[in-house]
Design a protein around this ligand. Structure first.
Ligand SMILES: [Ca+2]
Length: 378
């Protein structure tokens, strides 16, 4: 452990020097990389530790605040809480209210949070006339968490109408239970369920492990460490997952819209494209579409969205993401599952922990300190 710590310190020092050089260059040329879109960040609201956002009814964006409140962003800013579960969660470790989602016709609203025992919990509410009906609340799915970190917690409806749920490996560092590669646990997985198809939910019968008695039917894909933020490309339906690395490699995973599921993203045999602590690459390993090390300022990838808005024409079709530790917005051009160009968008949102996409495809970056940024043309 001491060797690892010392090595990290050395790498960190080198990284700092390198990034200072980069910062100087960017000061002269703020819009950075050749071919990158010209973007600006506009502050549209201040929230209390925003963690997630979802497009809501009537051109709104619903923002989840980590301590347990949900507030609605509209043309005039952020309103008073429309939902408050702050007495049911804590912000210890990596806990809190971590995800929100609407179904396609805005008739149901879903929240993802850790309860007072740290158990990952997905609850559902009916929505009527744009208002959450609190008396309709029911719990859809729970998963006990052995540690307070690596909860994942993002939730999104896919283009297939099913609810996808990202769960981390259970935490503790280095995946001590090997949950990433185990198919008899929901930890370290992307799940796919039909929350309205049964009580408390139904499993789509075309999920990849249905019929395998040794694997959980809810699993869509596996080998994930802490898939903190993920999204579907609203143009193509492709799935993109930002999976936070252990100590060396941050990664973005990709699956095409016509995937049948079952992808093995490698953790904890692999960290990115690299064997993790003597791990062996699984034969079915799906390597990340993009990875980066920590010689720059990054240390925790924040998965974003493929931009499908109108405001920044040059950005359309690019996957926008960031990193909690440096906050720079970056983008990838991806064709047929391969990155064909990478861009530094030349703007920083601070400690960017999440993104939200509104009904028009415009993007917002959420900084844990409170700022809700909108991506605008520079
Ligand atoms: Ca991986």
């Amino acid at each position: 452990m001491k060797v690892r710590t010392r090595l990290s310190a050395i790498i960190g020092t080198l990284g700092l020097v390198g990034s200072l050089a980069l910062a100087t260059a960017y000061a002269d040329e703020p819009t950075a990389t050749e071919g990158g879109a010209q973007v600006a960040l506009t502050e549209v609201a201040q929230a209390q530790n925003p963690t997630a956002g979802a497009a809501g009814p009537g051109d709104t964006v619903w923002i989840a605040e980590r301590a347990g409140t949900v507030r609605v962003l509209n043309g005039t800013g952020l309103g008073e809480p429309v939902l408050d579960i702050s007495d049911e969660t804590t912000t210890d470790g990596e806990r809190g209210l971590l995800g929100v989602a609407f179904d396609a016709d805005f008739t149901h609203f879903y929240i993802s949070f850790t309860d007072l025992q740290g158990t990952s919990t997905i609850d559902e509410f009916a929505v009527q006339d744009g208002t959450v009906q609190e008396d309709t609340r029911r719990t859809v799915l729970t998963q006990e968490q052995p540690e307070s970190n690596h909860n994942g917690g993002d939730i999104k409806f896919g283009p297939d109408g099913y609810l996808y749920i990202a769960l981390g490996d259970g935490g503790g560092g280095g995946d001590p239970e090997g949950n990433g590669q185990k198919l008899d646990t929901l930890l370290g997985k992307m799940l796919r369920i039909d929350p309205r198809g049964g009580e408390p939910y139904a499993v789509p019968q075309d999920n990849p492990f249905v019929g395998d008695p040794n694997a959980k039917d809810e699993i869509w894909s596996y080998g994930l460490r802490n898939p903190w933020r993920f999204s579907f490309d609203s143009g193509t339906g492709d799935l993109l997952i930002g999976d936070v690395g252990q100590s060396e490699w941050e990664e973005i995973d990709w699956a095409p819209a016509d995937s049948k599921g079952g992808e093995n993203y490698g953790w904890s045999q692999m960290e990115g494209t690299h064997p993790f602590r003597g791990g062996t690459e699984p034969a079915n390993h799906v390597p990340p579409v993009h990875e980066y090390d920590r010689t720059g300022l990054g240390c925790s990838v924040t998965g974003g969205y493929v931009y499908r808005g109108q405001a920044v024409a040059d950005l359309v079709g690019q996957y926008v993401y960031s990193d909690y530790c440096d906050g720079t917005l970056r983008s990838l051009e991806i064709e047929n599952g391969r990155v064909t160009a990478e861009h530094d968008l030349g703007v920083s949102g601070g400690e960017v922990v999440s993104f939200a996409q509104d009904g028009d495809g415009e993007l917002y970056a959420l900084a844990i300190g409170g700022t809700v940024w909108r991506l605008d043309p520079a």
